[in-house]
Write a protein that binds this ligand. Structure first.
Ligand code: C5P
Length: 221
């Protein structure tokens, strides 16, 4: 039985990959399944929060009772998040946002002619960094999927994006990261709290992340 300890909160959660189109039939994306974000949305809802779930393309059934906004590209995710954020006390950015998008999107299917094809990419907006720069920012939680120097990179992101907490996972480990039901993470908070968690289900991890958010906010009061 979960207590409704988040019933005063509106929590915005982003989940899944984004998809950056090259032409009407092709796109760039990554291996994110959306599972971590969907487990967070379900856990937060079960604990009484109002949940706004902004989801990139996934095959997962959305949890009942959450406000779901489906988006495709990073730019759409950014626009939706910025529209919704004013009503939210906590934002958890579990989405694997594509860092780059093709400079040009062809209206027609690209034809094969040459031996080599060069595609120019331009940078997508960093949604989390934009949220970190807001005057009145919500409690901000980011994710960091890394393959090397996990702690160093995660700490740098926490600082650079002005976050309250970061969930760092080494996606090169078996049982961690993309497209599996489990994860192995290190939680690092701005207030100095830091802990390495064992391999566990994303469902249990979602609850621990919410617990640590609550603890941090209660300390700050
Ligand atoms: O891609 P990066 O490792 O910088 O991602 C760290 C955090 O920033 C994640 O929580 C991710 O959702 C977020 N992010 C974002 N917009 C981007 C890239 C990443 O909000 N364009």
């Amino acid at each position: 039985v979960t207590p409704p300890d988040l019933s005063a909160e509106t929590i915005l959660i982003t989940a899944g990959p984004t998809r950056e189109e090259l032409d009407p039939v092709r796109y760039l994306t990554n291996h994110s399944s959306g599972r971590m974000g969907y487990e967070l949305a379900r856990a937060a809802r079960n604990r009484g929060a109002r949940v706004v779930l902004v989801s990139g393309p996934t095959d997962l059934p959305p949890p009942a009772g959450v406000s779901l906004f489906r988006v495709t590209t990073a730019q759409q995710m950014r626009d939706t998040v910025l529209e919704q954020v004013a009503s939210c006390s906590i934002v958890i950015k579990a989405a694997a946002v594509a860092d780059y998008r093709p400079m040009l999107r062809s209206g027609e299917k690209l034809k094969k002619h040459e031996h080599r094809l060069t595609i120019e990419l331009e940078k997508n907006p960093d949604i989390l960094a934009e949220l970190g720069a807001l005057q009145n920012r919500p409690f901000l939680v980011g994710f960091a999927a890394e393959t090397t120097d996990l702690r160093t990179h995660a700490l740098a992101k926490l600082q650079a994006k002005n976050l309250d907490m970061i969930v760092a996972n080494d996606v090169s480990q078996v049982g961690a990261g993309f497209n599996v039901a489990t994860n192995i993470v290190r939680l690092i908070r701005r207030d100095g709290h830091e802990e390495q968690l064992e391999l566990m289900s994303k469902e249990l991890l979602a609850h621990i992340i919410l617990d640590r958010i609550q603890e941090s906010r209660q300390r700050a009061v």
